[in-house]
Write a new protein. Structure first.
Length: 82
């Protein structure tokens, strides 16, 4: 893909949010904390290696602020392609 948004959050906080959603967990969500830490670190590494393609967004922000930032970045990227 030309653009990927990585919604970065501490895995523990992400799991707490998932628990509050009160739904059945899938096989990935059911993995141990170390798995989630490794996956997050892998995505952070990719974002460092390809900053023009992978945009890291701080997901501790409100959903509204995340949407606003992602929308702005997407429009900026699209306008540079025209």
């Amino acid at each position: 893909p030309d653009l990927t948004f990585f919604l970065d959050i501490d895995p523990q906080l992400g799991m707490q949010r998932a628990q509050r959603a009160s739904r059945k967990w899938d096989r990935i969500e059911s993995q141990k904390e170390t798995f989630h830490d490794q996956v997050a670190q892998g995505y952070r590494q990719l974002a460092q290696e390809e900053p023009e393609r992978i945009i890291l967004l701080d997901s501790t922000q409100t959903p509204e602020l995340l949407f606003e930032k992602a929308s702005h970045l997407l429009l900026e990227k699209l306008s540079s392609k025209i």
